[in-house]
Design a protein around this ligand. Sequence first.
Ligand code: SF4
Length: 379
Amino acid sequence: MSEIPLRKISYYDEFECQCSRCIDNCCHGWVIPLDEDILDRIKKEKGAYGIWLRSTVHGKNQKIFSPLSIRCPHLTRDGYCGIQKRKGEGYIADVCREYPRIRFNFGPAAEYFLDLSCVHAASLFLNHVDDEDVFVRGRAEVLPDTYGNNEEYEHFELLEQHRMHMVAEIRRAARVSAEELNDSMRAYAGREWRVQNELLIKGGSRLWECDEAEDIGCDLFPLPIKHINEMMSTCFYEEWLKYSSPFLYKLCRMYYKNFDRLDYAQGDEELKRLFDTYIATDKTIVKVMGDYMVSVLLRRYMMSFEDYSPYHHFKDAYLMLNLFCLFYVLWYDKNGKPKKKDVARIIAAAEKRFFHNDNALKDVHAAVKAEKQNGKNNP
Ligand code: SF4
């Protein structure tokens, strides 16, 4: 048993892959990176099966299955992994065995989550939004390798305390109103931006303790349509989604159908209409939106232990929240109120594209410059 504390998201142990019952099987829609161990096993595999296995490995430096991100060649008709069926769980690639579990060992503490790009994990998240404690606490039998190599444990403690402060405040605000949630996020974003600049330029910041947060300078929930459009058009949407992620493709087409013909002023009006009709007046939905923001913060904010970029990870959360919010209202407008399974599907499809495509994520961050609205915040 390890000495360091382990925090597991409250629904972590409930996860069980739905295999053939899954409504959006993860063996579709992305390339599957192969680790050295499975490549070694594949190399040694004898007979016709070995030949078939090797014929499905692609890529030069990084070896992969499914280079066109459409469907893993080993996914069977009944929705199972053909390799696992034939050779057992110990044989498959690390990424397939672990997914959707995300395990961070930061050194002073470990944290385990489920990746909500898995539609069943997203359903579990929706079933647990009212959990009083977001974590189950304990100690791990065996820990994964440490995340990065930072040993500045005081920085870790500071980040952790600050994250939980934000989580509590955003949860509170989301239970009051959409305006309150927007105000709270604007204030935190302003401070995260200033803290990040100080960390990266001066090597430290005292602004964590400063309660007078600075406003970022524009609405974050929802973002102005200009920023949403920048996100959609940069790298998030592409025609290939038609094949790699047909559900997300449908959602994106709804966006373009509604907004393509409008200029920014008209687009803001249309977004406000959708937002006011389907979100702002329904406290239960605003609460789910706030809980979702919290879920992304919990999973991603502590990455700034390694890169000293807390604003960057806060931005991950509010950008992803806005995509979720956009697809939610578009769905509602076209099909009526989304059921829980539809909401889980929207979250999973958008996260899969947003958080599992490094180019898209980088370009989206670069394109949306909400922080530039506030001149005095610029470094
Ligand atoms: S998306 Fe989740 S539940 Fe569905 S097949 Fe993949 S791991 Fe299993």
